[in-house]
Design a protein around this ligand. Structure first.
Ligand code: SF4
Length: 264
């Protein structure tokens, strides 16, 4: 039988008032809600930490940082929180929040700039294995916030939800327009969750820099493309104008293709 979803009730505790905290967690759990609390790392050293150590009445509360009066780098406060959780051996999941309190440059408007800004906090934490939940809280645009969260997770390899692309930075050896070609390849293949595609400008260094890509699109000669499956070159000298479709055919031949509307 499927468990029914439960609401998460969240409250921030910007001081270390332990009685208030304990009452809140007990009441929300008794009422059948999941509990999430923003806490100061220091409060886990005292009664709040004692309470959570022995807590067995329900799932442990999600923990996230509570902003402090003196503005502190949120990356530092999250690390302090994780240290406090580990010191107490608490079984509490950590929730990374990207919002006005944790953004470094909240005035950024473009998606790529917001992504970079959010990655300053989430990237180092996720790459260090910290974080059980993440939220991007920009009330004006829920779809874009969700996309941003998935991009953060994908960038840190914490959750793969779409195609992974590896592209060389391009240089004097590049044999095709790397930017427009990569864009064309993305438009055709961006929905292939779990597939990695490398786009490399030349065969001199490209094949060696494709990391562990499943498929490679590599400049072989001016106007000619070589295609790779893993590290093996399987097709050579394909006219550039046909190469993207030949790459798609190759992905199909290897059973890694599905149509975009089949994505789950
Ligand atoms: S793979 Fe080739 S084209 Fe791309 S940066 Fe390296 S040397 Fe330059």
């Amino acid at each position: 039988m499927e468990a029914s979803p439960r609401l998460v009730i969240f409250r921030e505790f910007r001081n270390s008032d332990s009685k208030d905290y304990i009452n809140f967690v007990q009441l929300t759990n008794e009422a059948g809600f999941f509990t999430a609390t923003g806490v100061l790392p220091i409060s886990l050293d005292g009664e709040v930490g004692d309470f959570l150590s022995g807590y067995s009445d329900g799932p442990p509360p999600l923990l996230t940082h509570a902003p402090q009066e003196l503005h502190t780098n949120p990356l530092v406060t999250y690390r302090e929180l994780v240290t406090a959780v580990r010191n107490r051996n608490l079984d509490a999941p950590i929730w990374i929040r990207i919002n006005g309190d944790t953004r470094f440059q909240p005035e950024e408007k473009f998606f790529s700039s917001r992504l970079l800004d959010a990655a300053l906090l989430a990237g180092p934490l996720l790459c260090d294995g910290i974080g059980d939940a993440i939220s991007v809280e920009e009330a004006s645009d829920a779809d874009s916030s969700r996309a941003l969260a998935y991009n953060l997770l994908q960038g840190a390899r914490a959750r793969i939800s779409k195609t992974e692309f590896v592209a060389c930075p391009s240089c004097g050896r590049t044999l095709f327009n790397l930017e427009t070609t990569t864009q064309k390849i993305k438009e055709r293949t961006n929905h292939l969750k779990g597939v990695t595609i490398a786009v490399m400008g030349c065969i001199v260094n490209g094949p060696g820099e494709m990391a562990d890509a499943d498929f490679g699109y590599v400049g072989g000669a001016p106007g000619k493309i070589n295609l790779y499956v893993g590290k093996k070159c399987v097709q050579t000298s394909i006219p550039e104008e046909h190469a993207v479709e030949r790459l798609v055919d190759l992905i199909k031949e290897h059973g890694r293709w599905h149509e975009p509307n089949n994505i789950s």
